[in-house]
Design a protein around this ligand. Structure first.
Ligand SMILES: [Zn+2]
Length: 383
Protein backbone atom coordinates (compact mmCIF):
# COMPACT_ATOMS: atom_id res chain seq x y z
CA UNK A 1 0.00 0.00 0.00
CA UNK A 2 1.24 3.48 -0.83
CA UNK A 3 2.54 5.17 2.37
CA UNK A 4 0.25 8.17 1.82
CA UNK A 5 -2.80 5.87 1.82
CA UNK A 6 -1.62 3.95 4.88
CA UNK A 7 -1.29 7.31 6.68
CA UNK A 8 -4.68 8.48 5.39
CA UNK A 9 -6.34 5.35 6.78
CA UNK A 10 -4.71 5.91 10.17
CA UNK A 11 -5.81 9.57 10.19
CA UNK A 12 -9.43 8.72 9.31
CA UNK A 13 -9.49 6.04 12.03
CA UNK A 14 -8.89 8.70 14.69
CA UNK A 15 -11.92 10.75 15.74
CA UNK A 16 -10.89 14.42 15.54
CA UNK A 17 -14.32 16.07 15.48
CA UNK A 18 -14.04 19.74 16.38
CA UNK A 19 -15.12 20.17 20.04
CA UNK A 20 -16.33 23.74 19.52
CA UNK A 21 -18.69 22.57 16.77
CA UNK A 22 -19.78 19.46 18.67
CA UNK A 23 -19.49 19.86 22.46
CA UNK A 24 -17.79 16.85 24.05
CA UNK A 25 -16.05 15.79 20.82
CA UNK A 26 -12.40 14.74 21.29
CA UNK A 27 -10.74 17.39 19.11
CA UNK A 28 -7.31 17.17 17.52
CA UNK A 29 -5.18 15.84 20.40
CA UNK A 30 -4.89 12.21 19.28
CA UNK A 31 -4.60 12.93 15.58
CA UNK A 32 -1.88 15.50 16.33
CA UNK A 33 0.02 12.75 18.15
CA UNK A 34 -0.04 10.57 15.04
CA UNK A 35 0.97 13.50 12.82
CA UNK A 36 3.91 14.39 15.09
CA UNK A 37 5.11 10.75 15.25
CA UNK A 38 4.88 10.46 11.46
CA UNK A 39 6.88 13.67 10.97
CA UNK A 40 9.55 12.55 13.44
CA UNK A 41 9.87 9.21 11.63
CA UNK A 42 11.09 11.07 8.56
CA UNK A 43 13.38 13.29 10.65
CA UNK A 44 11.52 16.57 10.44
CA UNK A 45 12.12 19.02 13.27
CA UNK A 46 8.75 18.84 15.05
CA UNK A 47 7.08 21.44 17.28
CA UNK A 48 3.81 20.64 19.02
CA UNK A 49 2.17 23.96 19.89
CA UNK A 50 -0.83 23.96 22.20
CA UNK A 51 -3.44 26.40 20.88
CA UNK A 52 -6.20 25.52 23.38
CA UNK A 53 -6.37 22.74 25.99
CA UNK A 54 -5.97 19.41 24.14
CA UNK A 55 -5.79 21.14 20.77
CA UNK A 56 -2.23 21.32 19.39
CA UNK A 57 -0.92 22.51 16.06
CA UNK A 58 1.92 20.32 14.80
CA UNK A 59 4.64 21.93 12.68
CA UNK A 60 7.44 19.94 11.06
CA UNK A 61 10.45 21.54 9.40
CA UNK A 62 12.80 20.08 6.84
CA UNK A 63 15.83 22.36 6.64
CA UNK A 64 17.94 22.49 3.47
CA UNK A 65 21.66 21.75 3.48
CA UNK A 66 22.56 25.47 3.28
CA UNK A 67 20.85 26.31 6.56
CA UNK A 68 19.05 29.65 6.52
CA UNK A 69 19.64 30.22 2.79
CA UNK A 70 17.17 29.85 -0.06
CA UNK A 71 13.41 30.01 -0.31
CA UNK A 72 10.84 28.49 1.98
CA UNK A 73 7.57 26.73 1.21
CA UNK A 74 4.78 25.77 3.58
CA UNK A 75 2.25 22.96 3.27
CA UNK A 76 -0.75 23.55 5.52
CA UNK A 77 -3.81 21.46 6.38
CA UNK A 78 -6.32 21.20 9.21
CA UNK A 79 -6.69 18.14 11.42
CA UNK A 80 -10.22 18.73 12.74
CA UNK A 81 -13.39 17.47 11.07
CA UNK A 82 -17.07 18.34 11.28
CA UNK A 83 -19.44 16.08 13.27
CA UNK A 84 -20.62 12.61 12.34
CA UNK A 85 -24.39 12.76 12.97
CA UNK A 86 -26.14 10.37 10.58
CA UNK A 87 -23.01 8.36 9.72
CA UNK A 88 -23.00 4.65 10.60
CA UNK A 89 -19.28 3.94 10.84
CA UNK A 90 -17.42 7.24 10.38
CA UNK A 91 -14.01 6.21 11.76
CA UNK A 92 -13.58 2.92 9.91
CA UNK A 93 -11.84 3.72 6.64
CA UNK A 94 -13.39 1.67 3.84
CA UNK A 95 -11.78 1.46 0.40
CA UNK A 96 -14.12 0.66 -2.47
CA UNK A 97 -13.94 1.39 -6.19
CA UNK A 98 -10.87 3.61 -5.90
CA UNK A 99 -12.44 5.68 -3.12
CA UNK A 100 -11.66 5.82 0.57
CA UNK A 101 -14.74 6.49 2.71
CA UNK A 102 -14.86 7.95 6.22
CA UNK A 103 -15.33 11.24 8.07
CA UNK A 104 -12.60 13.67 7.08
CA UNK A 105 -11.37 11.49 4.18
CA UNK A 106 -11.83 14.41 1.81
CA UNK A 107 -12.02 17.36 4.24
CA UNK A 108 -9.17 17.12 4.70
CA UNK A 109 -7.24 14.11 5.92
CA UNK A 110 -6.53 13.19 2.28
CA UNK A 111 -4.66 16.48 1.87
CA UNK A 112 -2.95 16.16 5.25
CA UNK A 113 -1.76 12.63 4.39
CA UNK A 114 -0.51 13.83 1.00
CA UNK A 115 1.46 16.78 2.43
CA UNK A 116 3.12 14.73 5.18
CA UNK A 117 3.90 11.89 2.77
CA UNK A 118 5.39 14.47 0.38
CA UNK A 119 7.69 15.82 3.09
CA UNK A 120 8.68 12.24 3.95
CA UNK A 121 9.47 11.49 0.31
CA UNK A 122 11.63 14.62 0.01
CA UNK A 123 13.42 13.84 3.30
CA UNK A 124 14.00 10.19 2.40
CA UNK A 125 15.08 11.12 -1.12
CA UNK A 126 18.14 13.00 0.12
CA UNK A 127 16.57 16.15 1.54
CA UNK A 128 16.66 19.72 0.25
CA UNK A 129 19.71 21.40 -1.25
CA UNK A 130 18.67 24.71 0.23
CA UNK A 131 15.67 26.51 1.67
CA UNK A 132 13.14 25.17 4.09
CA UNK A 133 9.97 23.10 3.90
CA UNK A 134 7.44 23.72 6.68
CA UNK A 135 4.56 21.26 7.14
CA UNK A 136 1.80 22.61 9.36
CA UNK A 137 -1.15 20.58 10.66
CA UNK A 138 -3.46 23.08 12.33
CA UNK A 139 -6.57 22.84 14.52
CA UNK A 140 -10.04 24.30 14.30
CA UNK A 141 -10.48 25.25 10.66
CA UNK A 142 -14.07 24.00 10.79
CA UNK A 143 -14.99 26.53 13.46
CA UNK A 144 -12.95 29.71 13.81
CA UNK A 145 -9.41 28.81 12.71
CA UNK A 146 -7.62 29.47 15.98
CA UNK A 147 -4.93 27.10 14.67
CA UNK A 148 -4.11 29.09 11.52
CA UNK A 149 -4.36 32.38 13.45
CA UNK A 150 -1.68 31.11 15.86
CA UNK A 151 0.42 29.56 13.06
CA UNK A 152 0.94 32.85 11.22
CA UNK A 153 2.04 34.58 14.43
CA UNK A 154 4.93 32.14 14.84
CA UNK A 155 5.84 31.00 11.33
CA UNK A 156 6.81 32.60 8.02
CA UNK A 157 7.20 31.19 4.53
CA UNK A 158 7.66 32.61 1.04
CA UNK A 159 4.59 30.73 -0.19
CA UNK A 160 2.12 28.10 0.94
CA UNK A 161 -0.05 25.32 -0.44
CA UNK A 162 -3.19 24.63 1.58
CA UNK A 163 -4.14 21.05 0.70
CA UNK A 164 -7.93 21.46 0.97
CA UNK A 165 -9.84 19.35 -1.58
CA UNK A 166 -9.82 20.98 -5.04
CA UNK A 167 -10.07 17.95 -7.36
CA UNK A 168 -6.37 18.50 -8.09
CA UNK A 169 -7.22 21.94 -9.52
CA UNK A 170 -5.16 24.98 -8.56
CA UNK A 171 -7.53 27.22 -6.63
CA UNK A 172 -5.98 30.67 -6.48
CA UNK A 173 -8.79 32.38 -4.57
CA UNK A 174 -11.96 31.87 -2.59
CA UNK A 175 -14.88 33.74 -1.09
CA UNK A 176 -15.09 35.12 2.42
CA UNK A 177 -18.12 35.43 4.66
CA UNK A 178 -19.68 37.88 7.12
CA UNK A 179 -22.29 37.22 9.79
CA UNK A 180 -24.57 40.13 10.70
CA UNK A 181 -27.24 40.43 13.37
CA UNK A 182 -30.27 42.67 12.83
CA UNK A 183 -32.41 43.70 15.77
CA UNK A 184 -35.82 45.26 15.10
CA UNK A 185 -37.80 46.91 17.88
CA UNK A 186 -41.58 47.01 18.18
CA UNK A 187 -43.91 47.92 21.01
CA UNK A 188 -45.52 45.27 23.18
CA UNK A 189 -49.32 45.51 23.52
CA UNK A 190 -52.32 43.27 24.02
CA UNK A 191 -53.41 41.75 20.72
CA UNK A 192 -56.74 43.56 20.97
CA UNK A 193 -55.12 47.02 21.02
CA UNK A 194 -53.65 47.69 17.56
CA UNK A 195 -53.37 51.42 18.20
CA UNK A 196 -50.79 50.75 20.92
CA UNK A 197 -48.87 47.82 19.47
CA UNK A 198 -46.00 47.82 16.98
CA UNK A 199 -45.30 44.39 15.54
CA UNK A 200 -41.53 43.80 15.57
CA UNK A 201 -41.84 40.57 13.59
CA UNK A 202 -43.80 42.12 10.71
CA UNK A 203 -41.31 44.98 10.73
CA UNK A 204 -38.46 42.51 10.48
CA UNK A 205 -40.38 41.19 7.47
CA UNK A 206 -39.70 44.50 5.74
CA UNK A 207 -35.99 43.92 6.27
CA UNK A 208 -36.26 40.35 5.00
CA UNK A 209 -38.05 41.48 1.82
CA UNK A 210 -35.25 43.99 1.09
CA UNK A 211 -32.61 41.36 1.79
CA UNK A 212 -34.24 39.03 -0.70
CA UNK A 213 -34.06 41.80 -3.33
CA UNK A 214 -30.44 42.49 -2.41
CA UNK A 215 -29.56 38.80 -2.79
CA UNK A 216 -31.18 38.71 -6.22
CA UNK A 217 -29.23 41.80 -7.28
CA UNK A 218 -25.95 40.40 -5.94
CA UNK A 219 -26.44 37.22 -7.94
CA UNK A 220 -27.36 39.21 -11.06
CA UNK A 221 -24.07 41.14 -11.05
CA UNK A 222 -21.27 40.19 -13.45
CA UNK A 223 -19.51 37.29 -11.71
CA UNK A 224 -15.94 37.32 -10.37
CA UNK A 225 -13.93 35.22 -12.83
CA UNK A 226 -12.93 32.63 -10.24
CA UNK A 227 -15.64 32.45 -7.59
CA UNK A 228 -18.85 33.77 -9.15
CA UNK A 229 -21.10 36.22 -7.34
CA UNK A 230 -21.77 37.26 -3.77
CA UNK A 231 -24.93 36.01 -2.07
CA UNK A 232 -26.73 36.10 1.26
CA UNK A 233 -29.16 34.04 3.25
CA UNK A 234 -31.14 34.43 6.47
CA UNK A 235 -29.79 31.88 8.98
CA UNK A 236 -31.90 32.40 12.12
CA UNK A 237 -34.93 34.48 13.07
CA UNK A 238 -36.22 34.88 16.57
CA UNK A 239 -39.01 36.85 18.15
CA UNK A 240 -42.39 36.85 19.87
CA UNK A 241 -43.57 36.26 23.42
CA UNK A 242 -47.10 34.87 23.27
CA UNK A 243 -49.97 34.41 20.84
CA UNK A 244 -52.07 37.30 22.11
CA UNK A 245 -49.38 39.97 22.23
CA UNK A 246 -47.62 42.30 19.84
CA UNK A 247 -43.95 41.27 19.82
CA UNK A 248 -41.61 44.01 21.01
CA UNK A 249 -38.50 42.59 19.40
CA UNK A 250 -37.38 40.42 16.48
CA UNK A 251 -33.86 39.36 15.63
CA UNK A 252 -32.28 38.04 12.47
CA UNK A 253 -28.87 36.47 12.08
CA UNK A 254 -27.69 36.26 8.49
CA UNK A 255 -24.70 35.37 6.38
CA UNK A 256 -23.33 37.20 3.37
CA UNK A 257 -20.73 35.43 1.21
CA UNK A 258 -18.23 38.04 0.01
CA UNK A 259 -15.94 38.16 -3.00
CA UNK A 260 -12.16 38.49 -2.77
CA UNK A 261 -12.63 42.00 -4.22
CA UNK A 262 -15.19 43.10 -1.59
CA UNK A 263 -14.15 44.52 1.77
CA UNK A 264 -15.16 42.57 4.88
CA UNK A 265 -17.41 45.47 5.99
CA UNK A 266 -19.56 45.20 2.84
CA UNK A 267 -22.30 43.14 4.46
CA UNK A 268 -22.83 45.43 7.43
CA UNK A 269 -22.86 48.51 5.18
CA UNK A 270 -25.51 46.96 2.91
CA UNK A 271 -27.76 46.05 5.84
CA UNK A 272 -27.34 49.52 7.34
CA UNK A 273 -28.44 51.06 4.03
CA UNK A 274 -31.59 48.96 4.11
CA UNK A 275 -32.38 50.04 7.68
CA UNK A 276 -31.78 53.71 6.81
CA UNK A 277 -34.14 53.43 3.83
CA UNK A 278 -36.83 51.83 6.01
CA UNK A 279 -36.60 54.71 8.52
CA UNK A 280 -36.98 57.24 5.69
CA UNK A 281 -40.19 55.46 4.64
CA UNK A 282 -41.60 55.13 8.16
CA UNK A 283 -40.17 57.23 10.97
CA UNK A 284 -41.49 54.76 13.57
CA UNK A 285 -39.28 51.95 12.21
CA UNK A 286 -36.46 51.11 14.63
CA UNK A 287 -33.76 48.65 13.69
CA UNK A 288 -30.04 48.21 14.33
CA UNK A 289 -27.40 46.02 12.75
CA UNK A 290 -24.12 44.76 14.11
CA UNK A 291 -21.26 42.65 12.78
CA UNK A 292 -20.95 39.26 14.50
CA UNK A 293 -17.91 37.69 12.80
CA UNK A 294 -16.34 37.76 9.38
CA UNK A 295 -13.49 36.39 7.35
CA UNK A 296 -12.35 38.07 4.14
CA UNK A 297 -12.19 36.48 0.73
CA UNK A 298 -8.77 35.88 -0.72
CA UNK A 299 -6.94 35.80 -4.00
CA UNK A 300 -3.23 35.18 -4.52
CA UNK A 301 -1.58 38.24 -6.13
CA UNK A 302 -2.10 37.94 -9.90
CA UNK A 303 1.60 38.04 -10.82
CA UNK A 304 2.76 35.59 -8.13
CA UNK A 305 4.83 32.70 -9.47
CA UNK A 306 3.37 30.04 -7.14
CA UNK A 307 0.41 29.01 -9.38
CA UNK A 308 2.77 28.69 -12.36
CA UNK A 309 5.26 26.66 -10.33
CA UNK A 310 2.48 24.34 -9.18
CA UNK A 311 1.11 24.05 -12.72
CA UNK A 312 4.57 23.02 -13.92
CA UNK A 313 4.80 20.42 -11.12
CA UNK A 314 1.38 19.01 -12.07
CA UNK A 315 2.53 18.74 -15.67
CA UNK A 316 5.71 16.88 -14.62
CA UNK A 317 3.71 14.17 -12.84
CA UNK A 318 1.43 13.75 -15.85
CA UNK A 319 -1.53 15.84 -14.71
CA UNK A 320 -3.49 18.56 -16.46
CA UNK A 321 -3.13 21.88 -14.61
CA UNK A 322 -6.36 23.89 -14.28
CA UNK A 323 -6.61 27.27 -12.54
CA UNK A 324 -9.84 27.81 -10.62
CA UNK A 325 -11.37 29.32 -7.48
CA UNK A 326 -13.09 27.75 -4.50
CA UNK A 327 -16.51 28.79 -3.23
CA UNK A 328 -15.81 27.83 0.40
CA UNK A 329 -13.68 29.78 2.86
CA UNK A 330 -10.29 28.36 3.92
CA UNK A 331 -7.24 29.06 6.07
CA UNK A 332 -5.46 30.24 2.89
CA UNK A 333 -7.01 33.66 3.54
CA UNK A 334 -5.38 33.82 6.98
CA UNK A 335 -1.99 32.83 5.57
CA UNK A 336 -2.37 35.19 2.62
CA UNK A 337 -3.33 38.20 4.72
CA UNK A 338 -0.39 37.48 7.02
CA UNK A 339 1.93 37.85 4.01
CA UNK A 340 2.29 34.21 2.96
CA UNK A 341 0.93 33.98 -0.61
CA UNK A 342 -1.19 30.84 -0.63
CA UNK A 343 -3.13 28.66 -3.03
CA UNK A 344 -5.26 25.55 -2.61
CA UNK A 345 -4.40 22.20 -4.10
CA UNK A 346 -5.77 18.89 -2.89
CA UNK A 347 -7.36 15.60 -3.89
CA UNK A 348 -10.87 15.13 -5.27
CA UNK A 349 -13.77 13.28 -3.74
CA UNK A 350 -17.24 14.15 -2.53
CA UNK A 351 -19.52 14.46 0.44
CA UNK A 352 -17.64 16.88 2.60
CA UNK A 353 -19.80 17.77 5.62
CA UNK A 354 -22.41 15.19 4.50
CA UNK A 355 -22.93 11.66 5.76
CA UNK A 356 -21.11 9.84 2.99
CA UNK A 357 -17.68 11.36 2.53
CA UNK A 358 -14.90 9.94 0.38
CA UNK A 359 -11.62 10.89 -1.25
CA UNK A 360 -10.26 9.49 -4.51
CA UNK A 361 -7.32 7.30 -3.53
CA UNK A 362 -5.35 7.92 -6.75
CA UNK A 363 -5.75 11.68 -6.22
CA UNK A 364 -4.09 11.50 -2.79
CA UNK A 365 -1.05 9.77 -4.34
CA UNK A 366 -1.01 12.25 -7.25
CA UNK A 367 -1.26 15.17 -4.81
CA UNK A 368 1.71 13.80 -2.83
CA UNK A 369 3.79 13.33 -6.00
CA UNK A 370 2.95 16.84 -7.20
CA UNK A 371 3.93 18.39 -3.87
CA UNK A 372 7.26 16.54 -3.99
CA UNK A 373 7.89 17.96 -7.47
CA UNK A 374 6.92 21.45 -6.37
CA UNK A 375 9.15 21.40 -3.27
CA UNK A 376 12.04 20.03 -5.33
CA UNK A 377 11.70 22.78 -7.89
CA UNK A 378 10.93 25.57 -5.39
CA UNK A 379 13.89 24.90 -3.13
CA UNK A 380 16.27 22.68 -5.05
CA UNK A 381 16.94 19.14 -3.98
CA UNK A 382 20.08 17.16 -3.28
CA UNK A 383 20.56 14.31 -5.68
ZN1 LIG B 1 -11.50 21.75 5.15
Amino acid sequence: MDPSIRLLRELVAINSVNPTLVPGAPGEHAVAGLVAAEMRRCHLDVSVESIAPGRPNVVGVLEGRTKGKGRSLMFCGHTDTVGVAGMTDPFTPVERGGRLYGRGAQDMKGGVAAMIAAAAAVANGGGLASGRLIVAAVVDEEHSSIGADALVKAWRADAAIVTEPTNLDIAVGHKGFAWVEVDVKGRAAHGSRPAEGQDAILRLGRVLARLEELDASLQARPPHALVGTGSLHASFVQGGNELSSYPDRATLQMERRILPTEPEGTALAEVQQILDALVREDATFRGTAKAMFSRPGYEVPGNHELPQALAAAIGRVGGQPRITGASFWTDAAILGLAGIPSILFGPGGAGLHSNEEYVNVADVVMCRDTLVELATQWMGRLR
